[in-house]
Design a protein. Structure first.
Ligand SMILES: Cc1cc2nc3c(=O)[nH]c(=O)nc-3n(C[C@H](O)[C@H](O)[C@H](O)COP(=O)(O)O)c2cc1C
Ligand code: SF4
Ligand code: SF4
Ligand code: SF4
Ligand code: FES
Lengths: 935, 444
């Protein structure tokens, strides 16, 4: 007998399949409460009991394997009685205080109580047993009176988030869920991801922000607007307001899981400071020049769109005529969609005729893109997040605070360590959270990554652990590279990096003895004057170990912003057109000249049309800002970038912005940068527009508008196109090439144009993305996408080993500035904090802090002071003290989430990597002084 | 032929807790015999003996050992269940305190048979004396090459024994609760399958056996399975499910008797004989009202049922859950069954691990009802409600993960069906009393 039957329907049991799963396959519903497909089964609520013919006992369908020959019944009168009994037992202690209104969405538990028509019986609890709320968490609502002890929250926290906040205390009916050993959630190290609430079937744990809003009018699938992980979300909308964000169970990246920012950081969308109408400075209306304007004339005036856009177009055209294309600069945005970034670079190149287009990727992964292009010919993450989490045999994380910056991927890595028990080596100057899961933590000094990596490779080579076959067949320049490693014996490396020799040996052995190893990095590697060389060293390591082109291996830079990968892909970079087609390639330039051709052409003598673009890269962000100050750049058009928070050496940045001639800023909030703007154009948040984002693993996903724009604000693609049309009109030119026009009716039309010009994206369209997500390259309409790169070779042919040598950072502590400052972000904030400071999430990290080692606290006489002032050669910062051994003695850590005097970028060094022009955010020399309590 | 005690035989010998004395009385000869056999042969001997677990469920020990996957690369674990928390049960303590090497010898033989390389003795915290005695005995064994590597020169037979002291929960005696607790977790019983023999401690094959079961193993090796089968009760030919109850059993007799204690007798002795012949009858010249045949969770037998043989099959015939641990508690005719049942319910409600809905909520609810009845606030239909709850949480098989809920349900079911009149009288009388009382108070 090979079949079993459920309620008379035949099914062929699969190995390991439970009765419940088999029933679901047949579309038969068995009521469940403690079961959830994402969690390990416990079989404790007993609601799913079923009967099997010939068996004395009933069995729990969620945990009982189905076997051939079983004759199963799921809904007999006897079972209905059992279920009603069990639900009535659960009702004994269930107490609903009635908040949330009548329109409150029905919970899973309430559903079954209703379906089985169960009522409370004798001796049930008449009073609440617990305080409401039962925990002071600002975002997660806790009401133990509704808890039915299904332990889904306990399992969700442990198995999905890997945090182990929840447990069960006591026994019998006194058993109850506790955080930690009976503390508050936050004291028990809750990371506020909300997984417990997402999996709770009763509302005992819930999203506090959603309470009282009732049921949504609609639910829109979209993509999180925070980080490059690209989690799928469901925006629950009521009356043009997001009332709740939940994970999208169909989302390939994350399923139901989200991090704190994705789940609870959405309310900035509705913040009262949202820009609702265009603003211009009064002097623009009166025609007075900026330098002569009085304070009153510098004030903002709200105007209509025509006024604002005409003023902007007029001024851009004027400068274009007077000083030429290269007096103009465009900054695109990694927060905006692919479509908008495509338009921004098209605006720069076609309308303004300049290669001066860049965006904040300059500040995060420009060194990665440059280095990986040199080594392999392609600059993106080679494997996918799931591939790394499921198939890597060991993990090497260097310079990536992954659980705080890419939280959902961080939790996948925790799961990989917990479930598959694979070794994890973390190299980081700080004892970041993921080190708790590490087999080994190498706490090297900031700025010594090359020495560390070369030292590890030295050991690997000396032991003959390298992959000779891979090197011989797929790489080049090995000999010169191998010879260069001679200079990095463990003792010397230990001295430079402060990592003990034994740890170096052990790390090398772990990395070499497990195959494949996935190498994962982020800004800890890239934001250095040696950023490109740091990444080359990682490329060397992965070639040496033969970890490329295979599942579970690869080079895996984690991109920061939600669409920084896409913004790069779209060519919002000064050296490449969309899809990394180099501006230095004459053939490529001709292609775009033709596609975007305008009439009349600039030099009418030319036979073929030309946009007059330089065949060499334009300026980078940092350079543009600097030249804006010096007057070489006369106007900047900036999309959603807060330069006055995120650039290094902010005092200089602010000065440049203040001196600049004309700044158009397209934003959703008045920002630090808007202080310096001449025109402020209100764009919209991700929730009010459609388009696509490309996440860190090259996965292109659809963003869907869920709300009407706030006030008069307009989708950014709409604004860019409008401005382009107005400038072209004033220039007296009109579109002639096949893709030269600006009359877009929808983002999908923009995408279509982009795909036609971008081989990497050629096979993607919004229509396809409606029902799938795709990893580029996707060369044609039938291509399934490319989750893993380099399987059949490298785009440049052979992978190239580069000789890279340790170089000290541009600035190093000395007697005057004795501490080494390194910078980064914290879990609860995003980038400059422009969004998260306007969200409820802010409550979890309301103040700027710097991390200081206890030894240094003593050394600099902090003596209990709560605030300190940090000074560097460039500026100063005021922050609260957090004394912690997360940092090593001599190292302090600060973040750039807070404005003005509280921003660490007042201190950072603008020294640049010579190739990628990335600034050295990660190393600066500072000194520290306590600030007396009064101020 | 008069029955000669086996398990308790050496208890009176001074110094028997020491290895040399134990060996002088033939100790560790059985182990030597075992090591001359293959592990499979030892398993076969135990199968042949018909030995059934003494921890409560009466599962055939040899059969359980046979569930370990063949050719498993190891490690395989043996857990000695010394949590002994079933109310009324104390024979494990007597064995461990009185003759620790007998227990350890049985443990080492069994470990050999199942190819375990580590054995954990999980002992309840309150057994401090037993713990110290066992610990000392284990140290002696290491010193004399009876534990550690290549035991008694047998190449490749390695065994370490560790004692783990529990922290005081009944549920830690349930075998998978015990395993969870050993792993450092909350003792929440696991769902089965997988059974521990396939996936137990640290996900490895694991056998959990009671102390007394393991002590029996030593004697089976010493005297052979036929000897073991010569004691006790053969299978009931009318009951195809009965596989017989063989060997000696340590009956723990407590409650209202003149001579409570631990008596080693052949399986199958009747309750009446145990109480009258060995226990010296009910105290103060009273009569039996009810007995608990095998630890509280088995339910109650009435005075009409005292001729039931206390073998694995007997108590079933009079509506009890089984023989359990063969711990007989005698309740005299002056004791209120309402009080007894309230106590029983309170115990199980207190000890329910809280995992399964029926057990967590049902045990608490039953306790609440009984407390109400005792206070004089009972209703007659509370009795049916109690039966309904008992049925829903434990009498109906499969409603919970482990057997605790069954254990909570059977006392309720048997007490109410066998002593219903007493409950009804109490409810009627006490209710009118309390109503009168309340009314009086009101008028005052
Ligand atoms: C709630 C509960 C408590 C138990 N407590 C004990 C105990 O204290 N000691 C014991 O040996 N078995 C106890 N058992 C039985 C064990 O689960 C297991 O069946 C036994 O240890 C197996 O050993 P055996 O086959 O040698 O009897 C308990 C079972 C349940 C359901
Ligand atoms: S809080 Fe919710 S998820 Fe957690 S045990 Fe209670 S009902 Fe289940
Ligand atoms: S991990 Fe990133 S994409 Fe996912 S929810 Fe968090 S911030 Fe959003
Ligand atoms: S039956 Fe009771 S004691 Fe056993 S696992 Fe379930 S709740 Fe725990
Ligand atoms: S859903 Fe199966 S026991 Fe809870």
């Amino acid at each position: 007998m090979t079949h079993a039957s459920i309620n008379g329907r035949m099914i062929q049991p699969k190995p390991g399949q439970t009765i419940l799963q088999a029933a679901q396959e047949l579309g038969i519903t068995i009521p469940t409460l403690c079961y959830h497909p994402d969690l390990s089964p416990v079989g404790s609520c007993r609601l799913c009991l079923v009967e099997i013919e010939g068996w004395r006992q009933k069995v729990a369908a969620c945990v009982t394997p189905i076997r051939p020959g079983m004759v199963i019944y799921t809904e007999t009168p006897g079972l209905v009685e059992v279920r009603r009994f069990i639900l009535s037992l659960l009702l004994r202690h269930y107490y609903d205080a009635g908040y949330g209104g009548r329109e409150r969405p029905e919970t899973e538990f309430e559903h079954w109580v209703r379906v089985y028509q169960v009522e409370r019986r004798r001796d049930s609890q008449a009073q609440p047993r617990f305080a409401i709320p039962s925990d002071p968490h600002p975002l997660v609502w806790v009401d133990w009176n509704k808890c039915i002890l299904c332990t889904r929250c306990v399992r969700a926290c442990a198995e999905i988030q890997g945090r182990f906040v929840w447990g069960v205390a006591d026994r019998g009916e006194r058993a109850h869920i506790v955080a930690g050993l009976g503390s508050s959630m936050l004291e028990a190290r809750c990371e506020s991801c909300g997984a417990c609430a997402a999996y709770c079937p009763t509302g005992a744990l819930d999203d506090k922000m959603a309470l009282g809003w009732g049921r949504p009018d609609k639910i829109v699938r979209s993509v999180c607007s925070y980080c490059g992980v690209g989690c799928g979300i469901r925006l629950q909308v009521k009356n043009n307001r997001i009332i709740r964000v939940s994970g999208d169970e169909q989302a390939p990246v994350n399923g139901l899981h989200l991090c704190v920012k994705g789940r609870y950081g959405f309310d900035y969308v509705h913040h009262p400071e949202r820009l609702r109408r265009p603003r211009v400075r009064r002097y623009l209306l009166s025609g007075r020049s900026k330098s002569e304007a009085t304070a009153a004339e510098r004030e903002w005036v709200e105007v209509d769109w025509d006024t604002a856009l005409d003023l902007a177009a007029e001024k851009l055209t004027q400068i274009w005529r007077e000083s030429g294309s290269d007096a103009l600069g465009v900054l695109a945005s990694a927060k905006c969609t692919n479509e908008e970034n495509y338009l921004m670079q098209k605006f720069a190149r076609q309308v303004l005729g300049t290669q001066n287009v860049d965006h904040c990727a300059r500040l995060c992964h420009s060194s990665t893109v440059a280095a990986l292009s040199l080594a392999f010919g392609s600059g993106a993450m080679s494997n996918t997040m799931h591939d790394v989490a499921e198939h890597a045999q060991a993990l090497f994380i260097i310079g990536s605070n992954v659980t705080e910056q890419h939280p959902v991927f961080g939790s996948m890595l925790r799961q990989a360590v917990l479930r598959r028990r694979i070794p994890l080596v973390v190299a980081d100057p700080r004892r970041i959270d993921i080190t708790e899961f590490a087999t080994l933590h190498l706490q090297h000094l900031p700025g010594t990554d090359i020495a560390l990596l070369n030292g590890l490779m030295h050991i690997i080579l000396k032991n003959g652990w390298h992959d000779t076959r891979f090197i011989a067949e797929r790489c080049e320049n090995f000999e010169a590279f191998a010879a260069s490693l001679e200079a990095y014996p463990p003792e010397k490396v230990a001295e430079i990096t402060h990592v003990p020799v034994a740890a170096l040996q052990r790390a090398a052995e772990i990395l070499a003895r497990h195959k494949p190893v996935a190498a994962i990095w982020a800004m800890g590697i890239t934001q250095h004057t040696t950023g490109v060389m740091n990444v080359l060293a990682l490329a060397n390591l992965q070639m040496l170990l033969g970890n490329l082109g295979v599942p579970g291996g690869g080079v895996n830079p984690l991109r920061g912003q939600n669409n920084v990968q896409g913004a790069c892909d779209m060519g919002a970079l000064p050296n490449v057109f969309p899809g990394y087609q180099p501006v230095s390639d004459a053939q490529i330039v001709r292609k775009f000249d033709a596609a975007w051709a305008l009439q009349p052409t600039l030099r009418s003598s030319d036979v073929s049309p030309t946009l007059g673009l330089a065949g060499k890269p334009g300026l980078t962000v940092t350079e543009m800002v600097h030249q804006f100050g010096t007057g070489q750049i006369r106007a900047l058009y900036v999309l959603g970038e807060d330069l006055a928070l995120t650039e290094p050496d902010l005092p200089h940045t602010r000065q440049s912005l203040a001196q600049g001639e004309f700044l158009i800023l397209q934003e959703i909030f008045p920002s630090e940068t808007s202080v310096f703007a001449d025109i402020l154009l209100p764009g919209v948040s991700f929730a009010e527009k459609s388009g696509t984002f490309t996440n860190t693993e090259r996965r292109v996903q659809l963003v869907r508008a869920a709300l009407e724009p706030m006030g008069d604000a307009r989708p950014d693609w709409h604004i860019i196109a409008d401005l382009a049309r107005r400038v072209l009109a004033r220039q007296g030119r009109y579109p002639a090439g096949p893709w030269a026009g600006w009359q877009y009716t929808s983002p999908s039309a923009i995408f279509e144009e982009m795909a036609a010009l971008t081989p990497l994206y050629a096979g993607i369209s919004h229509a396809r993305l409606e029902h799938e997500t795709l990893h580029w390259p996707v060369p044609d309409k039938n291509h399934p996408g490319t989750p893993i790169l380099f399987v059949h070779g490298f785009p440049r042919g052979r992978g190239r080993f580069h000789v890279v040598e340790h170089l000290p950072p541009a600035e190093w502590p000395d007697a005057e500035y004795p501490l080494l400052l390194t910078t980064g972000r914290v879990l609860y904030h995003w980038h400059g904090g422009e969004l998260t400071r306007r969200s409820m999430v802010m409550q979890l990290c309301p103040r700027p802090v710097v991390e200081i080692h206890p030894d240094d606290a003593a050394r600099f006489g902090l003596n209990g002071t709560r605030q300190v002032r940090l000074r560097s050669r460039r500026g100063e910062m005021l922050a609260y003290v957090q004394i912690t051994t997360r940092v090593a003695p001599g190292v302090v850590f600060g973040n750039f989430h807070f404005p003005g005097p509280n921003n660490v970028n007042n201190l950072t060094n603008a020294a640049l990597d010579p190739v990628s022009k990335i600034p050295e955010f990660k190393v600066a020399a500072v000194r520290l002084e306590p600030v007396p309590e009064a101020c | 032929m008069a029955f000669e005690p086996v398990l308790l035989r050496h208890l009176q010998i001074p110094g028997i807790q020491h290895l040399d004395t134990y060996q002088a009385h033939g100790g560790y000869q059985a182990l030597k015999r075992a090591l001359e056999l293959t592990p499979e042969q030892v398993v076969q001997l135990v199968k042949d003996s018909g030995l059934r677990g003494r921890g409560g469920a009466g599962f055939p020990t040899g059969v359980k050992w046979g569930f370990i996957p063949k050719d498993h690369p190891g490690p395989i674990y043996l857990c000695v269940n010394a949590d002994e928390s079933e109310p009324g049960t104390f024979n494990n303590r007597i064995l461990m305190e009185g003759d620790p090497h007998q227990v350890l010898e049985g443990t080492i033989i069994s470990a050999y048979a199942i190819r375990a390389s580590v054995a954990y003795i999980y002992i309840r915290y309150e057994y401090g004396r037993a713990y110290r005695i066992l610990q000392r005995a284990i140290e002696e064994l290491y010193k004399h090459g009876l534990l550690g590597r290549n035991i008694l020169g047998k190449a490749g037979f390695n065994l370490d024994i560790y004692i783990h002291r529990g922290a005081g929960a009944y549920i830690c005696g349930e075998e998978t609760g015990l395993i969870e607790s050993l792993e450092g977790k909350r003792a929440w019983p696991r769902i089965k399958p997988p059974f521990p023999a396939v996936q137990g401690l640290f996900q490895k094959p694991t056998i959990v056996n009671n102390v007394e079961t393991l002590a029996c193993v030593k004697h089976i090796l010493e005297r052979g399975p036929q000897w073991f089968r010569s004691i006790g009760v053969p299978p009931d030919p009318n009951n195809p499910r009965d596989i017989g109850s063989f060997g000696p059993k340590l009956y723990c007799l407590s409650g209202h008797v003149n001579r409570p204690g631990c008596y080693e007798l052949p399986l199958g002795i009747t309750a009446r004989e145990l109480i009258e012949k060995y226990g010296g009858g009910v105290w103060n010249g009273r009569r039996v009202k009810a007995i608990i045949p095998g630890g509280l969770s088995m339910g109650f037998m009435s005075d009409q049922e005292l001729d039931t043989p206390l073998d694995f099959n007997g108590p079933l015939k009079v509506g009890c859950l089984g023989l359990g641990t063969a711990a007989v508690i005698v309740i005299d005719d002056r004791t209120s069954m309402i009080d007894v049942l309230y106590n029983s319910c309170r115990f199980f409600a207190h000890e329910s691990c809280g995992q399964c809905t029926p057990c967590r909520e049902g045990t608490a609810w039953m306790t609440k009802i009984l407390a109400r009845i005792r206070r004089g606030e009972g209703y007659l239909d509370d009795l049916d409600l109690l039966l309904e709850i008992a049925n829903g949480i434990g009498i109906m098989p499969g409603t919970t993960i482990c057997g605790l809920a069954d254990g909570a349900a059977w006392p309720v079911k048997t007490a109410i069906t066998k002593f219903r009149a007493e409950f009804e009288d109490y409810i009627r009388n006490s209710r009118s009393r309390s109503v009168t009382l309340r009314e009086t108070t009101k008028t005052l």
